[in-house]
Design a protein. Structure first.
Length: 531
């Protein structure tokens, strides 16, 4: 599912492949692979395999194009009566291949009438959603779905089709107290949204041992992945998405947990109010600590994936302030500092560095900075890069970041190369404390920063990292004031500031709409009113 998740993120951007154009070919190949997988499920393994054999036999010594491939599959599926529609597989495939987007399917049930409205539209996660021709995009979508009243046979799926319509109505839905799950196991490359009642019935089912065991791991993972991404895209209330994590307390399949870490990281980076940050950290500890306690029960001959899972879980717990992690890291750091050879090639284990720089004292952090300055030339330089990245990216205190900026940008330190400063700015641009402190640093020291850097290669990166993420009105006002006061001085970076100000309205609206919902849910969760 890693390929599919990557595709979801890339093709839901405002401008897909805009940053790394070389990814487009790889992305298209991955999309075609997933389309073939979808059609294999749709027409059945037997018909699909025979169609492939026929195609190889017919074109063994001939030239062919993609139409020949799809038509071979379509011909066989119709011979086998394997597809219950008059559409050709060529038409179906081209409705997907010729677009650089994926669809979002939304199912809204009428529980009294036993019907449902099915909508499709382009799936857009990155704001703003002002994508050209988005309202004209339609796909030919085979939609498999599970019904709770037929759960005794999860290998059998019912199907309905979106044959290029924006909306259809279907009948014969289950009773009002039973859910449906569309596109189980990611049969097709598209997320699915539901009305809140259907989401809640799925959640209550997943909270039970019987429920979790009766749904495949990939289906459980999809439900989590869809809920969080739909909330992030503004398609689902964040309370519903956070509710979907409540079944994780007893979930122990790494496939299901795989998307959780991405969401914790993404949402954690969006939260800026210190009190809400603390609540989110407590929530993170609450859902990850029981899992970690199980994962640290090492077994002989355990596979490497479990060890990797354990390390990843520990890393997130440390970032959230998990006390056993902090104590262990602090003890290791003190032993290293008090040892006679801490400046030699005997390094502090990497897993302890970030917790010390994040939760430790200013003196601990400065010792890390001194380590950079005294780093042995014969030592592996990637270790120095890692240490510098941790110094910039881990601290939760603005004073550490301010010290680093002042030290590296306002002093002539021969040990700090331009590439070091570029790395620091790059890291700061991804962290809430980092880019907030960097913006304040730029505003407070504009004259110096302008004189020293406006003709350097660092200029665009400096202003891009400091102003690129505006999600609050306060930060917008600060950037706008900076721009108006110095609009003739930005030079090559002027378009960066203008773009940030132009795109910020949607981000501010997103924060104003969702942050109170997230905080209210966290309050309810931490007071044990939600379980």
């Amino acid at each position: 599912m890693t390929i599919l998740y990557s595709l979801y993120y890339e093709l839901s951007k405002r401008y897909p492949h805009s940053r790394i154009t070389g990814m487009k070919q790889e992305s298209n190949c991955s999309k075609i692979e997933l389309i073939i997988r979808m059609l294999k499920y749709t027409i059945g393994k037997s018909s699909f395999n025979q169609g492939i054999r026929n195609f190889i036999s017919d074109y063994k010594y001939k030239t062919y194009n993609e139409h020949d491939f799809w038509n071979a599959l379509s011909k066989q599926s119709k011979m086998d009566n394997a597809i219950k529609t008059n559409l050709s597989l060529l038409d179906i495939a081209e409705s997907w291949v010729n677009k650089n987007r994926l669809p979002l399917v939304t199912i809204t049930r009428n529980y009294k009438a036993g019907t449902a409205i099915i909508n499709q539209k382009a799936y857009l996660r990155e704001r703003p959603h002002d994508v050209p021709n988005k309202d004209e995009m339609v796909w030919l979508i085979p939609i498999a779905y599970l019904r709770q009243d037929f759960m005794q046979n999860t290998s059998y799926y019912s199907y309905f089709w979106l044959k290029g319509e924006k909306q259809i109505s279907i009948r014969n839905m289950p009773d009002g107290n039973q859910f449906i799950i569309a596109n189980p196991e990611e049969i097709g490359p598209f997320p699915v949204n539901y009305d809140l009642k259907n989401w809640n019935m799925i959640l209550q089912f997943l909270k039970t041992k019987e429920g979790r065991e009766s749904l495949p791991a990939y289906t459980r993972a999809k439900l989590l992945h869809d809920a969080w991404n739909l909330a992030y895209a503004g398609e689902l209330n964040f309370s519903a998405a956070l509710n979907m994590t409540l079944f994780l307390k007893n979930e122990r399949d790494h496939i299901v947990w795989n998307p959780v870490y991405t969401f914790l990281d993404q949402i954690g980076r969006r939260i800026e109010i210190p009190s809400v940050v603390k609540k989110f950290q407590l929530y993170t500890i609450d859902i990850l600590a029981p899992l970690y306690e199980d994962l640290i029960k090492e077994q002989k001959d355990e596979d490497s994936s479990k060890a990797d899972w354990r390390r990843l879980t520990r890393s997130f717990l440390c970032r959230a302030g998990y006390l056993p992690c902090i104590k262990e890291a602090q003890s290791a750091f003190e032993n290293w500092i008090n040892g006679s050879n801490h400046s030699s090639q005997n390094s502090l284990p990497k897993e302890h560095i970030c917790p010390v720089f994040k939760w430790g004292s200013m003196n601990d952090w400065i010792l890390g900075l001194e380590r950079i300055l005294l780093f042995p030339k014969l030592h592996i330089q990637s270790d120095r890069t890692f240490l510098l990245r941790m110094l910039a990216g881990c601290p939760s205190q603005p004073e550490k970041i301010h010290y680093l900026l002042e030290f590296t940008m306002m002093r002539n330190i021969s040990y700090m190369k331009e590439s070091d400063v570029f790395l620091i700015l790059n890291v700061l641009g991804t962290e809430t404390v980092g880019f907030s402190t960097l913006l304040n640093f730029i505003v407070d020291n504009w004259d110096f920063v302008y004189q020293k850097y406006h003709k350097s290669d660092l200029w665009d990166k400096l202003l891009g990292s400091g102003t690129g993420r505006i999600s609050t009105q306060q930060r917008y006002d600060k950037v706008k004031t900076l721009f108006e006061n110095h609009k003739t001085q930005f030079g090559s970076a002027k378009h960066i500031i203008e773009r940030s100000l132009r795109n910020t309205k949607e981000e501010i609206n997103w924060s104003q709409l969702n942050m109170p919902v997230i905080e209210n849910w966290l309050d309810m969760f931490l007071s044990h009113k939600i379980t």
